[in-house]
Design a protein around this ligand. Sequence first.
Ligand code: ADP
Ligand code: MG
Length: 357
Amino acid sequence: MPANKLELQDITRVYDGVNVVDGLSLALKPGEVTCLLGPSGCGKSTSLRIAAGVDRQTSGQVLIDGQVVSDQSGHMPPEARNIGLIFQDFALFPHLNVERNVGFGLKGSNASKKARVCELLQKVDLEGYVHKYPHQLSGGEQQRVALARALAPKPQVLLMDEPFSGLDDRLRDDVRDATLELLKSENTAVLLVTHEPEEAMRMADQIVLMRSGRIVQAGAPYNIYNSPVDRQAAAFFSDVNVIEGVVKNALTETPFGQFLTPGMVDDTEVEIIIRPQHLKLDFDRKGRGPNPTVTDGVPARGRVKRSRYLGHQSVVEFMMDYDSSVLKVLVPGVFLPKVETAMWLSMRRDRCFLFKK
Ligand code: ADP
Ligand code: MG
């Protein structure tokens, strides 16, 4: 196991009597990207600022390479921490060209500085840009210069706060991929703050999901997506359908048949959560439909209330005969059923999450 490069241990930050960060612990490892993910205002930037040392926690401690750099008794300033920082606005020096921006924090001989600047500009695919100024660059190019500048002094840890949010959608995926490649090649330990689940899924080795200053769940993207700890954690990553039920004799009755709810006492209210892409629409109850996939459980009848064609998929709002509830179904491909079409809906039971209400 590689050593933790940076650790936050039981960090709390109080502003105006409120714990905006409340007992947060996490660890960053070399060559790993950890995404701090959560809705606006949940305490992500405050946590990152505490890691950087530009803000100081009310309690808890910060460690770098296993050494305490901030606790009740002392606080190492940010410039002494060997940490790189990138914020949303990139903050390039407007009066310095690309070469001097990237070389800004470098020490040593001119030749060694030049070599490092060259190496990084090559890695971010901007070799020909050394003499350009920030205003002559596109948003994506500025982002890559900011990344090269932050990584030039070989920081062990890079902290990034919403670094891609200023870029337009099409550019963003390419810049993210290039960034990831560079970070891996430099073996940097990275904390990336974002409010976008797709960005976290795309970038992270580990996602730390936050809500109201606390960690709700941490783990690999696959686990966070497929084993959410509660309804809100599931709903943060996609639309979800909620099927409500009540336990009777360790079973819960739903339009899709009975669900086993062992160990739950009678009258417990439960919610079964299913993402729209894990429901399947068919023309008949034998499963002959436009998109054959494996499903199980009992199909349920209903009719199409509304459908929207999105190109790569369609969204169908489907009204269940069972109780007139409306479930959202994502249908891949070009299938677009007409309103009022009677159809059968089935679900992938292995993709359902069941929680106590
Ligand atoms: P996020 O980055 O997740 O959007 P922040 O960490 O910026 O959230 O903020 C978390 C909470 O702390 C917010 O309610 C915000 O208003 C509050 N907060 C942040 N900085 C300060 C400050 N300097 N003074 C008072 N309240 C602050
Ligand atoms: Mg923020």
